[in-house]
Design a binder for this molecule. Structure first.
Ligand code: 6PG
Length: 240
């Protein structure tokens, strides 16, 4: 059963989400010596990433034991303004003592099919052939019900074998790279960060509406073994 937590505003949500990441990191490092964290893209997580890079939070995690991945990426160069890698790097990663070899960037600048296959190979070698079970996957929610780059009507939504896929998004006339539901649902923790009045309607449809994953791909996210959380601010949760 998903845990839903609602906070008074986006600033408090960002601090609470950062604290949640610290807790997951400490538990993972204590259990198995490292923390595998999958970052979400878009704008919502920016504030949380900024909190993690503050002097107060930086010292709370053993960053040298952290491995960073992305749930999806736009097919652009890493220095492009739309790059999820660039967003996380500029706001957070460049301030943290994470070894460069532990930051696994999806290569948006190369041919999408090749980039997806390469990332999948990296995951398979990172998990050493074991089931690819991330310690924490952060996700956002689009106002059309997508998450990561699992957009309605795209092939990645119904993919059942691959872990990472090149996914053409017709409504945006662009290619994306995305982790698949199959991979995301293996995680130990999956946490959605949703903020703002603009997400209140879609959040109600996803959480309280009919199960219709083709229309609302975020509904496909149901961790098989792990814990799912929805970390919300009051504006986003207004219609729940
Ligand atoms: C991306 C994200 C995407 C995002 C949602 C919400 O690459 O854009 O991974 O899934 O989380 O679109 O985006 P906002 O946080 O900007 O509303």
């Amino acid at each position: 059963m998903a845990i839903i937590k609602t906070y008074p505003d986006s600033k408090i949500l960002a601090v609470e989400a950062a604290s949640h990441i610290v807790e997951c990191a400490r538990e993972s490092i204590s259990n198995h010596g490292f923390f595998s964290l999958v970052l979400a893209g878009g704008s919502t997580p920016r504030a949380t990433y900024g909190v993690l890079a503050t002097v107060e939070f930086v010292q709370r995690i053993e960053w040298e034991k952290v491995h960073i991945f992305w749930g999806d990426e736009r097919c652009v160069a890493p220095n492009h303004e739309d790059s999820n890698y660039r967003m996380a790097f500029d706001i957070m990663l460049k301030h943290l003592p994470i070894p460069v070899k532990q930051i696994y960037r999806m290569k948006g600048e190369i041919e999408p099919k090749e980039a997806a296959k390469e990332y999948e190979n990296w995951l398979q070698s990172f998990f050493g052939g074991r089931a690819p079970r991330f310690d924490l996957i952060l996700l956002g929610l689009g106002d059309d019900g997508h998450t990561a780059s699992l957009f309605p009507g795209t092939r990645a939504v119904s993919e059942t074998k691959r872990l990472v896929l090149d996914n053409y998004v017709r409504k945006l006339s662009t290619w994306r790279l995305t982790m698949t539901p199959q991979l995301i649902n293996q995680a130990t923790n999956v946490s959605f960060l949703v903020s703002g009045e603009g997400k209140s309607d879609i959040l109600r449809r996803v959480l309280a509406g009919r199960y219709n994953p083709e229309e609302f791909p975020a509904q496909i996210i149901r961790p098989e073994h792990g814990q799912m959380r929805w970390l919300l601010d009051a504006e986003a949760a207004a219609l729940l």
